[in-house]
Design a protein around this ligand. Structure first.
Ligand SMILES: Nc1ncnc2c1ncn2[C@@H]1O[C@H](COP(=O)(O)OP(=O)(O)OP(=O)(O)O)[C@@H](O)[C@H]1O
Ligand SMILES: [Mg+2]
Length: 287
């Protein structure tokens, strides 16, 4: 199974939101990282066939998704960024409604709904109205909806937005649990959402792919460039000016700044540390 973006471009009036992207997805989890306006949602709307490309095409197993039409859309699960959820519908009615849009038969719907509400831990509230749900419950309801019909391609646009740490971890574990044999693409600002579960990371900015690869491949670039430097409070302004600072902590002797620097010539006591994806994000997207 392969999903290919082939010279994919999307322009809104004179704004290029996605700029000539070529990339192939195979089963596994992909983390799509990038700042606001990078083009993440645009890419997802194109993949889910909710937008038409200005240029280029998307191929599913070498066939154009426009030509595949509903045959393709049936194999797709999509959790959009906006929580367009119907407050007066019960979870049960919402899921039946979404299942019918996906063309599931009644018996299949029942089977899938009971399976996925259990998985997202919402079985007890099937009869409750969505309007009464907390943010985390809504996100999980939307994930359950995306899973109906057991799609081959799962597109999740900021699935953990607005969640507390416990819910975030729960959603993350859920995603890696259901990801088997699927192409899963997760857009997020939160590096730790995907750092440890993604097979590949795509760093998007200004509609272009800045980097892509496995987390360990990507981190090689920062080898030796991330260090903790031991400074005094009064040194902070100049350190901030000179380096990208990804973290600041304190100990009894003063300040420890985690910096990313191509070269380091200052005299502050320092040691290199193991880079993380957050460092790379900062390195590529500025401080
Ligand atoms: N319907 C639209 N009309 C005009 N411009 C748009 C439209 N949708 C998106 N854009 C622009 O396209 C660019 C990419 O937007 P997109 O929503 O894809 O970014 P994103 O990476 O999802 O951002 P965020 O992290 O804020 O969700 C932005 O500059 C945005 O302003
Ligand atoms: Mg978005």
């Amino acid at each position: 199974m392969k999903l290919t973006l082939d010279g994919l471009t999307k322009t809104y009036k004179d704004k290029v939101a996605l700029d000539d992207i070529t990339f192939s997805f195979t089963p596994g989890i992909y983390g799509l990282l990038g700042p606001n306006g990078a083009g993440k949602s645009t890419m997802m709307n194109l993949i889910t066939d909710n937008l038409v490309p200005t240029n280029g095409q998307i191929l599913f197993d070498e066939r154009n998704i426009g030509e595949l039409g509903s045959e393709y859309r049936r194999r797709l699960g999509y959790m959009p960024q906006q929580q367009n959820i119907y407050p007066d519908l019960s979870l049960r009615r919402f899921l039946f409604f979404m299942a019918s849009l996906k063309g599931l038969k009644k018996a299949e719907s029942e089977e899938d709904i009971s399976r996925y509400v259990r998985m997202v831990n919402l079985r007890e509230v099937l009869g409750k109205k969505l309007g009464t749900f907390s943010g985390g419950m809504k996100q999980r309801a939307l994930i359950a909806q995306a899973l109906l019909g057991n799609p081959d391609i799962l597109i999740l646009d900021e699935p953990t937005a607005g969640l507390d740490p416990k819910e975030r971890i729960r959603v993350r574990n859920l995603i890696s649990e259901v990801a088997k044999d699927k192409i899963v693409i997760i857009a997020t600002h939160v590096v730790t959402d995907v750092e440890f579960i993604a097979k590949e990371i795509i760093m998007l900015s200004g509609g272009k792919i800045l980097r892509s690869g496995s987390p360990s491949e990507l981190l090689r670039e920062l080898e030796g460039k991330v260090r903790n430097i031991h400074i005094k409070d009064e040194d902070l302004p100049q350190v901030n000016e000179r380096y990208k600072v990804s973290n600041i902590t304190r100990d009894e002797n003063g300040v420890i700044a985690r910096i990313i620097a191509d070269s380091y010539e200052d005299t502050f006591a320092n040691e290199t540390v193991r880079p993380g994806l957050e460092d790379l994000y900062l390195y590529l997207n500025g401080a």
